[in-house]
Design a protein. Structure first.
Length: 178
C-alpha cells in the first residue's frame, strides 16, 4: 500500500512540474511583417515555456537594412499592432512585452532575468553569439530552444516574403501557380 501511495505522489508531482512554466522570462524575436503559422508556432512554444515573454520586433531601419526596402510590407507600428492582435486571438490573456530591435540581440544580452531564447531552426545559431556576449557582460548563458520551421503545401518554409508575393497564404496554402 505504501509503495503505491509513494508512486501516486511521485506521478502527481511530476505532472505538476511538467505543467509549470520552466522560465520566468523568455525572449524571442523577428520582423513579424506578415503574421503566419510559423510565427504562431514560435510564439506558442515561447508562451508554453514562460510566465512572461519579451518579443523583439525589428525596427523599420533594421528590417530595411537586413531585408531591403521593398521586402517589408508593414511599418513597425503596424507590425506591432498586428502582432498584438494575433497574440490576443491565438493565446488569450498572456504576459508579454514588445521590445524594438535595432540589432540582432536586443535586451537578451543585457538582462540577467532572461532564461531562454526561443528561435526557429533557421535563426537559433544566434544563441551562441548571444551567450558569448552575455558571458562578456558577466551574465549566465541562456538556454536556446529551437522551433522547427513550419512548411507550406510544397514542403518549403512558410515565410512573409512568400505571402507578400501571393504564392501562399499565412497557413501555407497555395494561392497561385508559379
Amino acid at each position: 500500500m505504501q509503495t503505491w501511495y509513494k508512486l501516486i505522489l511521485y506521478i502527481e508531482n511530476s505532472v505538476k512540474q511538467l505543467m509549470e512554466k520552466r522560465f520566468d522570462l523568455v525572449a524571442t524575436g523577428g520582423t513579424f511583417d506578415e503574421i503566419h503559422s510559423g510565427h504562431l508556432a514560435l510564439l506558442s512554444k515561447a508562451f508554453e515555456l514562460c510566465e512572461s515573454l519579451i518579443i523583439g520586433v525589428t525596427s523599420d531601419e533594421f528590417a530595411t537594412k537586413r531585408k531591403g526596402k521593398n521586402n517589408i510590407h508593414y511599418r513597425y507600428e503596424e507590425r506591432v499592432a498586428n502582432l498584438k492582435d494575433a497574440i490576443r486571438e491565438n493565446f488569450g490573456d498572456v504576459k508579454y512585452q514588445i521590445s524594438k530591435l535595432d540589432n540582432d540581440y536586443g535586451p537578451v544580452i543585457l538582462s540577467a532575468d532572461v532564461g531562454a531564447l526561443v528561435a526557429s531552426t533557421e535563426t537559433a545559431k544566434k544563441g551562441d553569439d548571444i551567450n558569448r556576449i552575455r558571458h562578456v557582460n558577466g551574465l549566465a548563458p541562456i538556454e536556446v530552444v529551437m522551433v522547427d520551421l513550419v512548411t507550406a503545401y510544397d514542403g518549403k518554409p512558410i515565410s512573409s516574403s512568400r505571402i507578400r508575393s501571393g504564392e501562399i497564404d499565412a497557413a501555407g496554402k497555395k494561392l497561385k501557380v508559379l
